[in-house]
Ligand binder design. Structure first.
Ligand code: NAD
Length: 330
């Protein structure tokens, strides 16, 4: 089936992998919107947009006028563009709130005008961060867990607040204006080309630089890492279905890993023998994270296919090559 697909944030991490995967089917026409605030026009992105069925609009979604000239009707809209990252939350919480809220509001106005068939909003496991501190989040975490904001005056929660707002805006607009819409909450997606401000690439970089002793921040914490190829598969299963008005976790519930074990797997792959030093996690960091993905399994048949061993082989390989050519980028 021929599909006209819009991916916002398509020059970033997940959006790029999604757009590249969708573009492999020549019947799909992919339009990417990304202002390149974090996304990059690197070799892989240039290769992607050189394809006949892919185009990039370098637009800032914060400005409604940027969407006014788009006449095209899309069958599917994946809204992935957002300002992400703990560093941004702590240093520029107002910008995080405004970027994510305004982008969502402008996308909704565009959707109401252009009437796409199906829409997907991307949210985050970070909506549970306060709940962990409050002791109301069980592991594995199902979608019906209450979301909470422990302290509205703490900048750390700006990202979660912007995403909770986006979830409600997309859901209730879709009910009021009759378009099919689902929300996904990603849980620790990893893979090539995600920048260096994430635990896996950051460890690869420090290991490659020969840090000794090698510091393991949050050594006793756990995370359930999900390879980006599995996340892309899950996005497609939700989008190309009849499902409407639902909320799903996207993650890998079989890969909960201790950060100390992760570090030793990375040191092994980078090929360095460093002494290690256990360092407590920064204040406010969640001790344990693992999604319950049984709802996604039940609705779509989704099964994660890339185990951590294979995913780390690929990811470490990609980063070691990148570091040999480029400086670490955000
Ligand atoms: N990677 C994860 O593990 C993870 C976890 C939870 C949620 N998410 C969500 O998934 C989505 C994609 O995340 P990602 O990891 O690929 O992040 P990313 O930062 O790599 O990609 C986001 C993209 O959005 C673009 N963007 C930001 N502001 C924009 C604006 N105003 N106009 C146009 N483009 C803009 C950036 O340039 C970037 O390319 C985000 O919505 C994020 O909140 C990701």
């Amino acid at each position: 089936m021929q599909r006209n697909i819009l991916v916002t944030g398509g020059a970033g991490f997940i959006g790029f992998h999604l757009a590249r995967n969708l573009a492999m089917d020549k019947r799909n026409r992919i339009t990417i919107i990304d202002n390149l605030a974090r996304g990059r026009l690197d070799r892989e992105m240039n290769e992607l947009i050189s394809k006949d069925n892919v185009s990039l609009l370098g637009l800032d979604l914060k400005k409604p006028e940027n969407l006014a000239g788009i006449e095209e009707r899309f069958d599917c809209v994946f809204h992935l563009a957002a300002m992400v990252g703990v560093k941004h939350c702590m240093n520029r919480p107002e910008e995080v709130l405004l970027t994510n809220a305004l982008s969502s509001m402008n996308m909704i106005e565009f959707i109401k005008r252009s009437r796409p068939g199906r829409v997907l909003f991307s949210s985050t496991s970070e909506v549970y961060a306060s709940g962990f501190d409050l002791g109301i989040v069980k592991i594995p975490t199902p979608e019906d867990t209450p979301v909470a904001i422990l302290d509205p005056l703490n900048p750390r929660f700006s990202y979660a607040v912007s995403k909770i707002f986006g979830e409600q805006l997309f859901h209730f607009s879709s009910r009021s204006h009759s378009f099919a819409c689902n929300t996904v909450r990603f849980h620790n997606i990893y893979g090539p080309r995600m920048g260096y401000a994430h635990v896996i690439p950051e460890m690869i970089k420090r290991a490659k630089e020969g840090e000794n002793p090698f510091k393991i921040f949050g050594f006793d914490q756990t995370r359930a890492f999900c390879h980006v190829d599995d996340a892309v598969e899950a996005l497609k299963l939700v989008m190309f279905s009849d499902i409407d008005g639902e909320l799903f976790h996207i993650g890998n519930d079989s890969e909960e890993t201790n950060i100390k074990d992760l570090a030793s797997e990375i040191l092994k792959r980078v090929g360095v023998k460093a002494r290690t030093e256990d360092v407590p996690a920064p204040k406010g960091s969640v001790a344990r994270r693992c999604p319950d993905i049984s709802k996604l399994r039940k609705f779509t048949g989704f099964t994660p296919r890339v185990n951590l061993e294979k995913g780390l082989d690929e990811t470490c390989g990609w980063y070691l090559e990148d570091l040999s050519k480029n400086k670490a980028w955000e």
